[in-house]
Design a protein around this ligand. Sequence first.
Ligand SMILES: *[C@@H]1O[C@H](CO)[C@@H](O)[C@H](O)[C@H]1NC(C)=O
Ligand SMILES: *[C@@H]1O[C@H](CO)[C@@H](O)[C@H](O)[C@H]1NC(C)=O
Length: 356
Amino acid sequence: MDHNTLRRFGEIIPKTHRNHNFLFSLFLFVFFFFSSHAAFDLATIPFNDGYSPLFGDSNVVRSDDGNGVNLLLDRFTGSGFISSSMYKYGFFSANIKLPSNYTAGICVAFYTSNGDVFEKTHDELDFEFLGNLAGKPWRFQTNLYGNGSTHRGREERYRLWFDPTKEYHRYSILWTAKNVVFYIDEVPIREVLRSAEMGADYPSKPMSLYATIWDASNWATSGGKYKVNYKYAPFVAEFKDLVLKGCSVDPIEESTVAGRSICSDQHADLEAQDYAAVTPRRRLAMRRFRQRYMYYSYCYDTLRYPNPLPECDIIPSEKQRFKETGRLKFGGSHRRQSRRKARTTTPVDDADQGDM
Ligand SMILES: *[C@@H]1O[C@H](CO)[C@@H](O)[C@H](O)[C@H]1NC(C)=O
Ligand SMILES: *[C@@H]1O[C@H](CO)[C@@H](O)[C@H](O)[C@H]1NC(C)=O
């Protein structure tokens, strides 16, 4: 993340609006989250053109128009789909609606991986949505692995600013030679800049896109405290308006012709897309998202990583909100909200949810 840009924003805003700080912040929040994000211009593809069922085929239910698919979890099986090709760099995106009501123990994942091809040295980029008790909000995490670095988790966990079970929202993973950006709608929520120090921990081999729903009773909700209750099955995650943009390559064969990557043009095209530019305005929206909704970061978990991993961009004002466990010092990122939470304390709270 570009410290200077962020610092500049941090200085300009309070100085010019010192007397209207609160209102102005509120305005910015509303402005950046709800009004200023023109939708990306995306070419979507029909399900059958880019994907096929991965498991639980009977629970992979295509929509009539062919542009969407529902993934079901029932007492017999979960389900999933996978892209028919592997891609070296790309933009992977879908409109997703998560199952509602009682979803404890359920994990819905939207991710890229090559674990089927490179068992010991796989790469992975994850969105993982972690179900919850009825009436409690969904939480989710993002993660990244490179070259089998599974003992170096890079989890961040967050709340959402909307109910993901009410409407479709777009979740996207941008992966280029320079950076990885996780988007929700048009808000970048996390950027990982490739650095030399990261070495092979940065995903660098072709990956497939996966989407799955599965029973994660032992892990997903409060570290396994709440199991899937099949009384409420089937659980349905809905996907539509799918986007696969990238250079499709064979994961094993050399993909160079006369020393030039066969993907050069497609990489240039990818990097020229609107979503590849984390503009200062988007960066500010990302900062604000992270201030309000991130409740765990491996970068601030000094018990786990006494020396933060090399890509970590330690922002002092952000760091002071976190304990050495990488979890928030207070239940919520917002004081008023944490007070409200404290009054209606239940077994499920931020601290419980932070288990890795
Ligand atoms: C939602 O879950 C509650 C239990 O947590 C249950 O009583 C209720 O019937 C469920 N509603 C629907 C629409 O499934
Ligand atoms: C990836 O991991 C394998 C096995 O640990 C290692 O042999 C290889 O050198 C690594 N690749 C890179 C680019 O570091």
